[in-house]
Write a protein that binds this ligand. Structure first.
Ligand SMILES: Nc1nc2c(c(=O)[nH]1)N[C@H]1C(S)=C(S)[C@@H](COP(=O)(O)O)O[C@H]1N2
Ligand SMILES: [Mo]
Length: 545
């Protein structure tokens, strides 16, 4: 790359950055629900091939969105360099690239469920501005190059004209003449170059300022933040029983029985977290019902609420993984809302939809039996965090999140599995997702070193809505030995366990399995998360000696 091509690339990066910032800024002003960049991010997630998506969740876990942002920045950066260098090589190629990508951004923004056609305005205007800027900067770069060439040619011409003159008239003072002849040229050569550098610097600065402004605009826009803090949670009509002391076993490294909200896993397809104003939130019950019902947040919080500990698990959780957490939820039983709507006798599914268009299909039966399936408004004694579904989400004991735990829920459509499919079901996952009995060793960690002799292991076991009867551990190919189980909060939550094993020096494999209340033993055969949840036993290796 020559120096000039390098400057063309810089112009490309500046123009593309300004395009992106302008897009965000205009969107913040005109259609806050449809920022082009987050729309592109969301669509990238939607169209990403399944194996890549799984790999991303596996590799980055809950940092998967950050990884996507980094990847997007890299891709956009490369495109920007190509746009700048391309525009310099051939007029309008870089411009065309920016126009095409803003059109794609516009299409992405419009396709978001919350967006109207107006969402296209921001990316299109920003694209036009960015394209003009790139054309202008590269044009200026071209002028400065031409000028530098002209200057060089003039200098060479001057060299050849000044030298003979000195020969012809050795007595004449040549020195004062030379600067006089060179000066206007060299001053001119700097002019266009300075113009190019100045315009590039000003554009870059405008980009930075625009970015800061759009950031603070978004902050201010999240008036929802204030509205969330203003939400006062009512007292439950039916509180959760206090957690028995015996439910907590004292062992370093074992997971907390109740997961802190801050560390609770987060999995969803939302690139930007929906920030919903609770005062305008509505939930509609539609579809195969005698009576459509709609409630608002005020009505919901005035209902007799229940408070329950429920362990939520993600179907993508690998054996031994961290995509599971236990929280205290406050909400209204879904069966009470459905009862008001009177579902048709031949309906068997409720398709719940979120504010951002995601859907889950839950068996109607599970939502109407006596379990504590709820429309939750509180998590661990606080309003739901935005990331976990503020103002209202579903929590259903016994089912994986992808078929039940709709965050930012706005509609429950009573329907049939034969007639409707939910988001993940169209992407290769099972239509029904009961949680599989599983268990995990939390301590020691895989690969740990320990002295020979007695070692205390500990971890968690779960079989939501059925309950855990026993946990067993084994060393290498030895016999299964019973673990000590902590008391249960309820069948809907996970349980801690500990076990003491005697270990000989060498590399030892430790394995755990759970047995549910029906006497069914955790499935030992390995299966990946897709299509209906991982199976297999969690094993770790420790170095003894
Ligand atoms: N609106 C919406 N709700 C959603 C999802 C989503 O992508 N969008 N993901 C589901 C999945 S797969 C899981 S495991 C749980 C996770 O809930 P959490 O992020 O509060 O832990 O939310 C569920 N609810
Ligand atoms: Mo999930």
């Amino acid at each position: 790359m020559t120096r000039t091509q390098g400057w063309a690339a810089v112009a490309g990066v500046v123009a593309v950055a300004v395009t992106a910032v302008a897009g965000q800024l205009l969107a913040a002003l005109f259609s806050p629900e449809a920022s082009p960049i987050s729309a592109v991010g969301t669509i990238t997630i939607d169209v990403m091939p399944q194996p890549l998506k799984e790999w991303a969740i596996d590799t980055f876990g809950t940092a998967d969105k950050l990884a996507l942002v980094v990847a997007m920045v890299l891709v956009i950066g490369v495109l920007a360099v190509v746009a700048g260098a391309g525009e310099y090589r051939r007029r309008y190629t870089g411009v065309a690239l920016i126009v095409v990508f803003s059109a794609l951004g516009a299409a992405a923004a419009v396709s978001r469920p919350a967006a109207g056609a107006a969402a296209a305005i921001a990316p299109l205007l920003a694209g036009a501005a960015g394209a003009l800027l790139l054309a202008g900067l590269v044009n200026q770069l071209r002028l400065s190059v031409q000028e530098a060439q002209a200057a060089q040619e003039a200098q060479e011409a001057q060299k050849s004209s000044v030298a003979p003159a000195a020969h012809e008239a050795p007595h004449a003072p040549a020195a004062p003449q030379a600067p006089a002849a060179r000066q206007p040229l060299s001053a001119g050569a700097g002019m266009q170059r300075r113009k190019f550098l100045g315009a590039t610097a000003v554009s870059a600065a405008a980009g930075v300022v625009g970015g800061l402004v759009s950031g603070s605009l978004r902050q201010a826009q999240s008036a929802a933040t204030a509205l969330r803090s203003a939400v006062q949670l009512p007292r439950p009509a039916s509180g959760s029983k206090p957690i028995p002391d015996a439910a907590t076993l004292k062992l370093d490294g074992i997971s907390a029985l109740v997961t802190d909200t801050d560390t609770f896993y987060r999995i969803d397809t939302a690139f930007t977290v929906p920030r919903i104003d609770p005062t305008t939130w509505r939930l509609k019950v539609t579809g195969m019902v005698e009576q459509e019902v709609e409630i608002d947040f005020g009505q919901l919080r005035a209902r007799p609420l229940i408070e329950r500990y429920i362990t939520l698990a993600c179907v993508s959780n690998p054996i031994g993984g961290e995509l599971i957490g236990n929280a205290k939820w406050l909400g209204w039983p879904i069966r009470d809302l459905l009862a008001q709507a009177s579902p048709a006798a031949d309906a068997d599914m409720v398709l719940s939809t979120s504010a951002d268009g995601w859907t889950a299909g839950t068996p109607l039966e599970v939502l109407t039996d006596n379990r504590d399936a709820m429309l939750a408004i509180g998590m661990n004694d606080a309003p739901l965090p935005f990331e976990h579904g503020f103002p209202v989400r579903m929590v259903v004991p016994g089912l994986y999140g992808y078929v039940s735990a709709t965050k930012w829920v706005t509609e429950l459509k009573v329907t049939r599995f034969a007639d409707d499919v939910a988001y993940w079901t169209t992407r290769g996952w099972a239509a029904r997702g009961p949680i599989k009995t599983s268990s995990r060793i939390d301590t020691p960690r895989n690969g740990a070193n320990r002295p020979p002799g007695r070692l205390r292991l500990g971890g968690m076991a779960w079989s939501q809505h059925v309950g855990i009867r026993a946990v067993e551990v084994k060393v290498d190919d030895g016999e299964w030995q019973p673990a000590e189980l902590a008391a249960a909060i309820s069948t809907d939550t996970w349980r801690q366990w500990v076990a003491d094993v005697d270990l000989e020096p060498g590399e030892r494999e430790l394995t755990v399995r759970a047995i549910d209340r029906n006497g069914d033993v955790q499935i030992g055969e390995f299966a990946p998360p897709i299509p209906s949840g991982a199976t297999g036993y969690h094993s770790i290796t420790v170095q003894i000696g």
